[in-house]
Design a protein around this ligand. Structure first.
Ligand code: C2O
Ligand code: CU
Length: 481
């Protein structure tokens, strides 16, 4: 059941529980055995449930514990997360801990790291919560992510810095408000190429399609399971420093967000601290997470809202309400030219490593992203997963991947099991930011580099669920010495 308490109360309660039970709120040295660590156990039942986004019809979604989104998992760095997953769904399922460099057996990718947990079965995920940051968990089977199987995973730092007065988690979701979520009985977006040629008409699909699905036309852009105006306002007090953890759990929607009346300061990208950067517009792709802060210095009722980019995502709106200020129609942001729009190239890591790497990487894998125009498939180097070349690495190597997006759509590329550095030629390497998901825009080239320090087979794919399922994926494999 969804607790009928505010986020703030919930936060307090969670922390209160830790304190009240006398569990350590500091992290233990890495070398200590698991038995000495605090184990935080969560029970997840994956099942269908009737849900409602606050407006619109009731419909049947696929859920954890009957809730959308799934329960927020909030732990402290160094604790052990144990999630007991029981599958009451009609098909196999898994949980992937998006962004967390877990041991490979816990990574939750069917056929790559584990067998899907079949109906009636139970599987126990257990791993160390590290490093601190904002993450998403989600099913990695078929289209289950778009049917509701996801939630927020927050790992708080072992030593709380407490630079802010309030904190909110905002999980961004795109929904089709029909039984089965995005994949059943829905209309499909025409491919971008067709749109570009003036075919904006939306077609109705008939019956189960053969081959990969096109993206649905979403009719609900929700925040924490609610659609505006039913989104719970973020309450702030004048003078508060407010932290927002913005997590994009959508299957196929990139948002440009802007907060009316305030400036956002980006402090973390995909959980990793950066030198704070001020921006008016924040672009967030599927699978990306941004921690931002703002100072509540402009009393009133405001909207944090998405720019309309053609599919209705402008409906994503979150009210900000000052305490003690009479509630009125919230003021929306105006997306005029001249707004500051921070990009990856404006960011540098908060903790530059001291040794700068000058030698070239041990491996280079060019990855041309393509497809979509006249084909139902999305490809890497012309290949459709699972018929895709594997990226072979050895432990200890530095591996560089060079993306070239040769298509008309942006692709948020995600690597499992590792953070990668985003190669930024105008910065020295020790200042490059760490991420695990990166948007590659049409016709753009981006290079990333990671240290092969987590042996296993790791999925690497576009985080547009419909592109991933249509082939835009491959696997990084570690070769034994
Ligand atoms: Cu959110 Cu394969 O990942
Ligand atoms: Cu894609």
């Amino acid at each position: 059941m969804k607790p009928k308490i505010s986020r703030r109360t919930f936060l307090k309660t969670t922390l209160g529980t830790i304190l009240a039970t006398g569990l350590p709120v500091f992290s233990l040295p890495h070398a200590l055995s698991k038995q000495k660590r605090t184990v935080r156990e969560f029970r997840f039942s994956a099942s269908k449930a009737r849900v409602n986004l606050g407006i619109g019809p009731d419909f049947v979604a696929w859920t954890y514990n009957g809730e959308i989104p799934g329960p927020e998992v909030r732990v402290r760095e160094g604790e052990i997360i144990r999630v007991v997953l029981k599958n009451y769904l009609p098909e196999g399922t898994t949980i992937h801990w998006h962004g967390v460099p877990v041991p490979v057996a816990m990574d939750g990718v069917p056929e790559v790291t584990q067998k899907a947990v079949m109906p009636g079965q139970t599987f126990v995920y257990e791993f160390e919560a590290r490093p601190a940051g904002s993450y998403i968990y989600h099913s990695h089977v078929n289209y289950q992510l778009d049917q509701g199987l996801y939630g927020a995973l927050i790992i708080e730092p072992a030593h709380q810095q407490d630079r802010y007065d309030r904190e909110y988690t905002l999980l961004l979701e795109d929904w089709v408000m029909r039984d089965g979520g995005g994949v059943a009985n829905t209309r499909r977006r025409p491919p971008m190429g067709m749109m570009m040629h003036g075919m904006r008409r939306r077609r109705r699909s008939s019956g189960p399609s053969r081959g990969p699905l096109l993206e649905p036309v979403y009719d609900g852009y929700a925040v924490n399971g609610r659609v505006y105006p039913e989104v719970k306002p973020l309450m702030v007090g004048k003078g508060d420093r407010v932290k927002l953890r913005i997590l994009n759990a959508s299957s196929a929607t990139i948002y440009d967000l802007c907060l009316a009346g305030h400036t956002l300061t980006i402090t973390h990208v995909d959980g990793n601290p950066i030198q704070p950067v001020e921006t008016d517009v924040l672009r967030i792709g599927m699978g990306e997470r941004y921690d931002v802060e703002f100072v509540a210095n402009n009393p009133g009722t405001w909207l944090l809202a998405a720019r309309e980019r053609g599919f209705g995502e402008g409906a994503l709106r979150i009210p900000i309400q000052y305490r003690g200020v009479r509630r009125k129609e919230p003021v929306p942001p105006i997306f005029h030219r001249g707004l500051r729009f921070a990009t990856y190239w404006d960011f540098q890591t908060l903790h530059p490593s001291d040794k700068s790497v000058s030698e070239p990487a041990h491996r280079f894998y060019p990855q041309t992203l393509s497809g979509g125009m006249h084909s139902p498939f999305w490809t890497i180097n012309g290949q459709v997963y699972p018929n895709a070349e594997r990226l072979v690495v050895r432990e200890g190597e530095r591996v560089r991947i060079g993306y070239l997006n040769h298509s008309m759509m942006p692709h948020p590329m995600h690597l499992h099991g590792h953070f990668f550095k985003v190669v930024n030629p105008s910065l020295s390497p020790e200042r490059w930011i760490l991420k695990d998901t990166i948007i590659v825009n049409p016709m753009q080239r981006i290079e990333i580099e990671f240290l092969a320090d987590n042996p296993g087979n790791w999925f690497h794919h576009c985080h547009n669920l419909y592109h991933m399922e249509a082939g835009m994926a491959n696997v990084v494999v570690y070769q034994p010495e």
